[in-house]
Design a protein around this ligand. Structure first.
Ligand code: UN1
Length: 503
């Protein structure tokens, strides 16, 4: 079966077919996908534009009910969808099921929002006049998402955008096309969405850019939601800005985890293990660098490396912490980072591809079949080292030491990202100081850097984004625009600032 783009409710065959393979078993083709091009994207934007006014006319509570139905259908199909996530991107099944749960949580939150979507009444400075605000949909939204969270992250955009009365062109990641079609079907069927309200486009990066640019030039796209690398985010932001539209950018992270002298070290090790190597380190919220107080460094490192050696790695359909890397592109990136290890770094344990000549004790399954790599801990990283400064997007965690909390915070902020962060401490003063001075949009106290809940603002600062926030009520500011209304029932022209009532 070949999976295709779906534009205005119709399957749209493209000019070439690409196979999507299972990263845990590279021989296994999960599905064939027909790739469109720039014009497929533009066609989808036209369809979305055409469908928008009537979708916005559907009363918001009814749109909320559509979201409720989507949530239930996703819940009923959770296991099948999670199995597909595992097959196509190699995410361990328990995490994949958690990811599907995140869609349901998002639907649960927004289904009631259709009955709120509040505006405000505002007092006027003049007599016999009322002021109001209304939230209006932005219009048509292009959603471009990454493959590491192939269903949860798209739902963070698509659910609130639909609820608010927008129509959508969705371009999913190249690594997860088959799962995208399954997600798309559940949304269209569950929500009973009219043709053109949600469109799915498969095309490559250059065609996506060309299609987005053409659609922006033609006034077909009012907003872009993008999750992916900081480098591509910059280009999307620039392109959108040139056409006077805005982008909601959710980009990379180099997320720090600070371990203070008072920390519960076992808890900190557990948090570092999960956020460093869960999802094979391929979350935007994955742990980048452990910043540990010099007095507990040796103890932390020995417990951490013992935990890393004992962690189950292998077949993602089994109970493992870490499966394969998403795609060969990220395997190359991992190798490149290993090449940047400096003489002053200490690497604990084996590194590189897991195989007969580079085995891992307790590996689950057949390592040679997929993109399986050793989890790596690099001790002694400092600012200026690429492993300290740059997002690895793979199973490589740096460790460095600090003497004062000021220094720890400076190190935590140094790479210039600002997505997630964490501190392990039993001293409330350390926790509050860190919370106050960290540049990240998200802070965990005695919890790991990853695993945000679906109804708190999610987003970053600096190289991690443009300050936009997803999730919860806050994301509505991305998908609605305020309309101000002034209603004068005085029967005469009252001029603001000039006819203000005097005391
Ligand atoms: C991402 O990697 O793009 O907080 C999103 C987390 C997840 C979402 C990660 N809920 O780790």
């Amino acid at each position: 079966m070949t999976f295709t783009s779906v534009v205005n409710g119709s399957a749209t065959i493209g000019s070439r077919t690409v196979a999507s393979t299972n990263p845990a078993r590279l021989e296994e083709v999960v599905g064939e996908v027909s790739y469109g091009d720039r014009d497929t994207f533009v066609g989808a934007a036209e369809a979305a534009r055409k469908a928008q006014a009537s979708w916005a006319d559907v009363p918001a509570p009814v749109r909320g009910r559509a979201i409720a139905h989507i949530g239930r259908l996703v819940e009923d199909n959770a296991e099948a969808l999670a199995r597909l996530v595992t097959a196509e991107i190699g995410k361990p099944y328990a995490e994949a099921l958690g990811e599907v749960r995140e869609i349901v949580d998002t639907c649960d939150f927004f289904l009631g929002e259709g009955r709120r979507l509040y505006g405000q009444t505002v007092p006027s400075e003049m007599a016999d006049k009322q002021l109001f605000t209304f939230r209006k949909p932005v219009g048509t939204v292009a959603v471009i998402t990454a493959g590491n969270f192939p269903v949860a992250v798209p739902s963070w955009y698509i659910v609130p955008a639909l609820l608010a009365g927008n129509t959508i062109v969705w371009k999913p990641a190249d690594y997860s096309p088959v799962v995208s079609n399954a997600f798309f079907e559940l949304f269209v069927r569950g929500g009973g969405l009219p043709d053109g309200v949600l469109n799915l486009v498969h095309c490559d990066g250059p065609d996506t850019f060309a299609g987005l640019e053409r659609s922006l030039q033609q006034g077909l796209i009012d907003k872009v939601g993008f999750t992916g690398s900081s480098a591509v985010g910059r280009e999307i932001g620039a392109l959108t800005g040139r056409h006077l539209q805005t982008a909601c950018l959710e980009l990379g992270g180099k997320n720090p985890l600070v371990v203070t002298p008072s920390a519960d070290l076992d808890l900190a090790v557990e948090g570092a293990l999960f956020s460093g190597f869960g999802t094979a380190g391929q979350r935007c919220t994955s742990l980048g660098t452990v910043i540990v107080h010099e007095s507990v460094h040796d103890e932390f490192l020995s417990r951490f490396t013992a935990a890393v050696s004992a962690a189950r790695v292998g077949d993602p359909t089994q109970d493992v912490l870490m499966g394969p890397l998403l795609d060969a592109k990220f395997a190359e990136r991992y190798e490149e980072f290993l090449g940047w290890i400096q003489p002053h770094h200490t690497v604990v344990g084996p590194r590189g591809r897991i195989g007969a000549d580079n085995p891992r004790d307790g590996f689950v399954g057949d390592a040679a079949a997929g993109l399986f790599y050793h989890p790596v801990v690099v001790d002694g990283v400092r600012p200026g080292d690429r492993i300290f400064d740059e997002e690895t997007f793979g199973p490589i965690v740096g460790v460095t030491t600090y003497r004062t909390l000021d220094e720890a915070i400076e190190l935590a902020n140094a790479p210039g990202y600002g997505l997630s962060s964490s501190i392990y401490t039993t001293d409330p003063k350390d926790a509050f100081t860190f919370r106050d001075r960290i540049g990240a949009g998200m802070v965990s106290i005695n919890n790991s850097t990853s695993g945000a809940e679906a109804h708190l603002p999610f987003g970053g600062n600096g190289k991690s984004g443009n300050g936009s926030r997803q999730s919860g009520i806050w994301v509505l500011d991305q998908f609605t625009r305020w309309q101000s209304v002034n209603w004068d029932y005085s029967g005469r022209l009252q001029k603001a600032q000039m006819d203000t009532v005097e005391l």
